[in-house]
Design a binder for this molecule. Structure first.
Ligand SMILES: Cc1cc2nc3c(=O)[nH]c(=O)nc-3n(C[C@H](O)[C@H](O)[C@H](O)COP(=O)(O)OP(=O)(O)OC[C@H]3O[C@@H](n4cnc5c(N)ncnc54)[C@H](O)[C@@H]3O)c2cc1C
Length: 383
């Protein structure tokens, strides 16, 4: 069976490794022109499920490089007021979580794979087997097509034209504060990930990243190895016409001076914005020899930090089922549809909780968090 994977992102590359390990003939087609095309991005949180998928699919050497290069997030999770007073601190998970640089993770995933770069997928023809058409005029054949081409997937647009994503009306602005330039940052912001819960309708997430860069087989070092504090502010109706940082600073004018410094002193070139999108719910579809994984099928808001982990889980499941044989796509899609769209709903709820809600609802939520902090049994039941 010849498998074509369109999209060499987190999910597509993990799948390709899993299939290669199982001895399956797999080709990855990626629109980027080379492996160093995209050397930017923030850290990505890899949870125990995502790590298990990587461990199962990657060759041992790639897994080792992942473990060596990623930082760990082992100090639990904090909920703080906008004045940095603790509401609730969750204990660390017993299983290991990782903080991976997106750039490094991609390099680790690319190692050992012969990805066909510069292949921007255009459309496919399905006549028993499948012919892929690329924008450069070339074609390729396969028996099974996996669309792993991310949130604006062209494979999904052709295969499930009624599916897609919608703008949830929330905008996020994120940036990096390099830690080797700043020694004044409160320890509570450095030792664990934190969510700021103000009484107004907005939220901020902060987490420090200290992972290492990645040196490839030729000794080339990728990634900026400087540790940083990443922050992301999200709200509805942001007016970014006067600049991203200035709008966030205007919105957080009454917050802790340290939080305002974090935003104000971040290098402008590290600051970017997203209009948050989420997949629309769809009915199950009939399985064929075209399928989808990751953001191509179930794109979710970043508010739970699980999109990449679910893409990795898809890759793990699909490569496992393909190597076992049988009614592969039907089995994969039956499971993926359930957990994938449950995660979409969950992330959307988290996004609304993070960036919306009346002052009354948010004050109530802060009271619940404070109560849980004081009553261990309640804390255990809630989290
Ligand atoms: C700000 C932010 C923070 C996030 N943080 C986290 C986090 O901490 N943890 C987490 O689990 N998730 C996080 N996510 C979500 C996560 O980034 C995505 O869910 C994940 O990248 C999806 O992986 P994927 O392989 O499906 O798609 P992608 O990683 O987007 O890969 C798609 C690939 O397809 C290629 N492609 C696209 N179109 C074509 C085409 N026509 N032809 C050929 N190739 C094509 C692209 O170049 C890309 O390489 C975050 C998202 C955002 C926006």
């Amino acid at each position: 069976m010849r498998i074509a994977v369109v999209g060499g992102g987190i999910g597509g590359l993990c799948l390709a490794h899993g299939l290669r390990k199982a001895g399956v003939d797999v080709a990855v087609y990626e629109r980027d022109l080379s492996r160093t095309d995209r050397l930017q991005g923030y850290r990505v949180h890899i949870n125990p499920d995502g790590a298990a998928a990587l461990r199962e699919c990657l060759p041992a050497a790639n897994w080792r490089r992942f473990e060596e290069s990623a930082g760990t997030s082992e100090n639990g999770f904090g909920f703080l007021t906008e004045q940095l007073r603790p509401l609730l601190v969750l204990d660390p998970d017993e299983e290991k979580h990782y903080s991976a640089s997106r750039i490094t993770l991609r390099q680790v995933l690319l190692d050992g794979l012969d990805v066909r770069f510069g292949k921007r997928f255009e459309r496919y023809e399905q006549n028993g087997d499948i012919t892929l058409h690329f924008e450069d005029g070339t074609t390729a054949g396969c028996d099974v097509l996996v669309g792993a081409d991310g949130i604006r997937s062209r494979v999904r647009a052709q295969y499930l034209p009624h599916a897609g994503t919608e703008d949830v009306g929330i905008t996020a602005v994120a940036g990096k504060l390099f830690l080797d330039e700043h020694d004044w940052i409160p320890e509570s912001l450095l030792i664990r990930a934190n969510s700021i819960i103000p009484t107004s309708s907005c939220g901020m997430f902060l987490v420090a990243h200290d992972g290492l860069g990645h040196t490839d087989d030729d000794g080339v070092l990728f990634d900026n190895v400087r540790p940083y504090l990443m922050w992301a502010y999200a709200a509805k109706n942001l007016d970014l016409s006067d600049g991203l940082q200035s709008e966030v600073l205007r919105r957080i004018a009454t917050w802790s001076p340290d939080l305002r410094r974090v935003v104000g002193e971040s290098h402008p070139e590290t600051v970017s914005q997203w209009h948050i999108r989420s997949s629309k719910p769809i009915e199950r579809w009939r399985p064929t020899n075209v399928t989808l994984l990751g953001d191509a099928v179930h794109a979710m808001t970043p508010m739970r930090g699980i999109g990449a982990n679910i893409a990795l889980k898809d890759a793990q499941l699909l490569s496992r089922y393909i190597s076992e044989g049988g009614d592969v796509i039907a089995r994969y899609e039956a499971e993926m549809y359930e957990y994938g769209f449950a995660a979409v709903r969950d992330s959307l709820r988290a996004a609304r909780q993070f960036a919306e809600g009346s002052p009354v609802a948010r004050t109530l939520f802060r009271t619940v968090l404070r109560t849980a902090a004081a009553v261990p049994a309640l804390k255990r039941a809630m989290f």
